[in-house]
Ligand binder design. Structure first.
Ligand code: IPD
Ligand code: CA
Length: 269
């Protein structure tokens, strides 16, 4: 992998990689056998562990130490305005339920954005031994290999990742969308980490991914990685990817799936 052309991007990438690698080692090696739930958020099944909180502190501590003028937005509460124009968007553990249960699909997601554009995205999945990274305009990589989406599949042959929220009412509508979509595609996967799902589209391991109800820390890095690997990303037709709806797929499949998900009401509860 060559060094990013822009010195700011090079600095942000190096820092994001260092923060993600350190947090990854901490989370992998330090997971207590008796790990429990420290707190709940939007519902009894939307959980936080002490490790989510400690990992976010580790990441924000390093970022603040190196670039004290930057803003911060983290899933576990980091919220700093900043004065440099650069804002870090951090999910210390995406896939917290997998981490809690000892399943391997969880990741650290770190993005740096400026003027509404994501410049750098890093998703580190320690149990897979993988670091996905992208710099805007410079392609996406998984470890040191270039990441490329699969050629667009027919929708009927597409392997489609998705996820579900933490609120019963939303899950019901999401299940209804899956009930209607599953006979029209190859199969559905529910991996449990939106950041990894987006990277799996980038690496050609899923044909497509969609989900309603994500937060910016779930998708900021994975969105850039998927786009830099050749995917289109967005929400409802004509709208960008957002908490309302996130879709990622190669051109050709993306438009078809976006239209179908719009018809099926994947954008509302
Ligand atoms: C969750 C994961 C999951 C997705 C949920 C997210 P968290 O993030 O990305 O795959 O379905 O919508 O909230 O809570 O594990 O950080
Ligand atoms: Ca998350």
């Amino acid at each position: 992998m060559t060094e990013p052309a822009d010195p700011l991007n090079a600095e942000l990438l190096e820092l994001a990689l260092e923060a993600a690698t350190r947090a990854g080692a901490f989370l992998r090696d330090g997971r207590p056998d008796d790990l429990g739930v420290a707190a709940t958020k939007t519902s009894a099944i939307d959980v936080v562990t002490e490790m989510d909180i400690a990992a976010e502190k580790l990441i924000t501590g390093l970022l603040t130490d190196r670039r004290p003028e930057d803003g911060l937005l983290g899933e576990e509460g980091a919220s700093v305005e900043g004065t440099s124009g650069v804002e870090w968007v951090i999910d210390p553990i995406d896939g917290t339920v997998n981490y809690l249960y000892g399943l391997p699909s969880w990741a650290i997601s770190i993005a740096a954005r400026k003027d509404g554009e994501t410049l750098v995205g890093v998703v580190h999945a320690p149990m897979r031994g993988e670091i996905f990274r992208a710099v805007r305009g410079e392609g996406a990589f998984v470890n040191d290999r270039r990441a490329r989406v699969r050629p667009a599949a027919d929708q009927a042959l597409a392997l489609v990742g998705t996820g579900f929220g933490y609120l019963a009412e939303r899950k019901l509508q999401q299940a209804e969308v899956v009930r209607r979509l599953i006979p029209e595609v190859r199969d559905i996967r529910r991996g449990g980490s939106a950041a990894i799902d987006l990277c799996d589209v980038a690496a050609g391991r899923l044909d497509a991914y969609y989900e309603r109800g994500l937060n910016p820390w779930d998708y900021a890095a994975g969105d850039l990685i998927a786009r830099e690997a050749g995917a289109l990303t967005g929400g409802r037709p004509g709208e960008p990817l957002s908490p309302a709806l996130a879709i990622a797929a190669p051109p050709g499949l993306f438009e078809r799936l976006q239209t179908r998900l719009d018809e099926l009401g994947a954008w509302h509860d």
